[in-house]
Write a protein that binds this ligand. Structure first.
Ligand code: TRP
Length: 443
């Protein structure tokens, strides 16, 4: 056995974790969910779910990885015995499933980037529909999907330090600069104020009890933080004892939320300035691939350049997430089958590609995959809370006390993971499943 790799620096780990969190989910999920009626109420629920429910679970995943120094498949077994094997399966299955359709959307992103640079963008809504039809069907989907998966595989096969850490160290600052620049530019558009108000400041207290808004807040929080399927277990298994996990988890969550907000401040002014409001609340992908290219195209040549920057940014955000998804099955195979990294990477990639074919062929299928796996994330989060709050309750505090001297923070987290997180997640899970079912029956 070769020795387990470790991150080069603490910052490297935080950047990689933030890179995993910040992705396509922030760029379209946040904006479209907020625009589905929730507005400020959605935002408020989202922040509460992140602070109250997700943070203790995020720290829990990190502890699970660090204290066992094992892959997500093996960590639950090491901690609590063979009865917990199904959780490892859930982690592996869910990460492959999510990556399978994530790579398809990444493919559309590459294609849109290509169109902004070399071909041109749709100038009105009718053309935009055709445009989206073209990039989301036929041969070009597979080209984009294979390109995205291939690039992801190359980074992961280079290893934790030389692949993932190096990628995120370069990409995250670049991503943040691009975001700031585009948000400032967006603020100069005529519809900027209207955009902000319709996105952020629309207050309707009854939305706080709306079951779709509640489901949106839960799924967005879990999906956006990459929570519930062992990503942070995998990343934290390469950590030393010194890292202050609660602080780092808080940094990751704040950065992720900030990026979601900034992304909304880019997209909403564009959407409102060019009268594209209806498009985004209608479909999950509309905002990114129908409304935005059209909005940018209305600005002529400079618009194409800005579009290239935006979709370049989206691709950067996506690849730092897709590598984290691939790392889950890869590290699990390395651990259980004693394969080397390269072999594990290519076998996992092939499985993910095959799983993704139906999503590449059908938008409906992709939408259903998204809905189903979002619920699995919440289930995963629930099980992690049970594991660390009830089954092996001592591990949480033991692991933290090696690096965190702040007793109050530790006490708070231990209380939350035992009592509050599982209870609230269970309610969220029930409401989400009910709402999903209700929508399916109604449609
Ligand atoms: N969080 C990423 C996003 O916002 C996507 C992602 C990466 C993810 N890893 C994940 C989602 C694990 C759920 C679970 O786009």
């Amino acid at each position: 056995m070769t020795e387990r790799e470790q991150w080069k620096s603490g910052l490297g780990f935080v950047l990689a974790a933030a890179g995993s969190a910040v992705g396509l989910g922030n760029l379209w999920g946040f904006a479209y969910r907020a625009s589905q009626g929730g507005g400020l109420a959605f935002l408020l629920l989202y922040v509460i779910v992140v602070l109250v429910v997700c943070l203790p679970v995020l720290v829990g995943e990190m502890i699970l990885g660090r204290s066992t120094a094992s892959s997500p498949f093996v960590a639950p077994i090491k901690l609590a015995g063979n009865n917990w094997k199904p959780l490892g399966f859930l982690f592996a299955l869910a990460s492959c499933g999510i990556l399978s359709f994530y790579a398809v959307i990444m493919g559309w992103t590459v294609d849109t980037l290509f169109h902004s640079l070399f071909v041109g963008l749709p100038s009105d809504m009718r053309e935009a529909g055709d445009f989206f039809g073209r990039i989301s069907s036929g041969k070009s989907v597979f080209i984009g999907q294979i390109f995205s998966l291939g690039l992801t595989a190359l980074v992961v096969s280079a290893g934790v330090r030389r692949g993932i850490e190096r990628l995120t160290r370069w990409c995250m600052p670049l991503l943040f600069l691009l975001l700031l620049f585009l948000a400032l530019w967006s603020a100069t558009l005529p519809g900027a104020i209207e955009g902000y108000t319709s996105f952020l400041f629309k207050w309707d207290a009854s939305q706080l009890l709306d079951k779709t808004t509640i489901r949106n807040a839960f799924t967005q929080a879990f999906f956006s933080l990459s929570l519930g399927i062992g990503i942070m277990v995998a990343y934290s298994s390469y950590l030393g004892k010194k890292n202050k996990l609660p602080k780092e988890a808080f940094q990751v969550a704040s950065f992720d939320t900030a990026v979601g907000l900034l992304a909304g401040m880019i997209t909403f002014p564009i959407v409102l300035s060019f009268g594209l409001k209806d498009v985004i609340s209608e479909s999950t992908v509309g905002a990114l691939f129908i409304a935005l290219p059209t909005g940018f195209a209305n600005l002529g040549g400079i618009g194409r350049l800005l579009a290239a920057l935006f979709f370049g940014l989206a691709f950067i955000a996506a690849i730092t997430s897709s590598v984290s998804l691939l790392e889950v099955p890869v590290s699990s195979m390395m651990d259980t089958l004693s394969w080397n990294r390269r072999k594990s990477v290519w076998v996992s990639t092939l499985i993910v590609f095959l799983l993704g074919i139906p999503s590449a062929l059908s938008l409906d299928f992709l939408g259903n995959m998204d809905a189903i796996f979002n619920v699995l994330l919440i289930l995963g989060g629930f099980l992690i809370a049970i594991l660390l709050g009830w089954v092996v309750p001592s591990r949480y505090d033991e692991d933290l006390s090696a690096s965190d001297s702040n007793l109050r923070v530790r006490k708070y987290l231990v209380f939350m993971i035992r009592w509050i997180s599982p209870t609230v997640i269970a309610c969220g899970l029930i409401i989400s499943i009910y709402d999903l079912f209700f929508n399916w029956v109604a449609s």
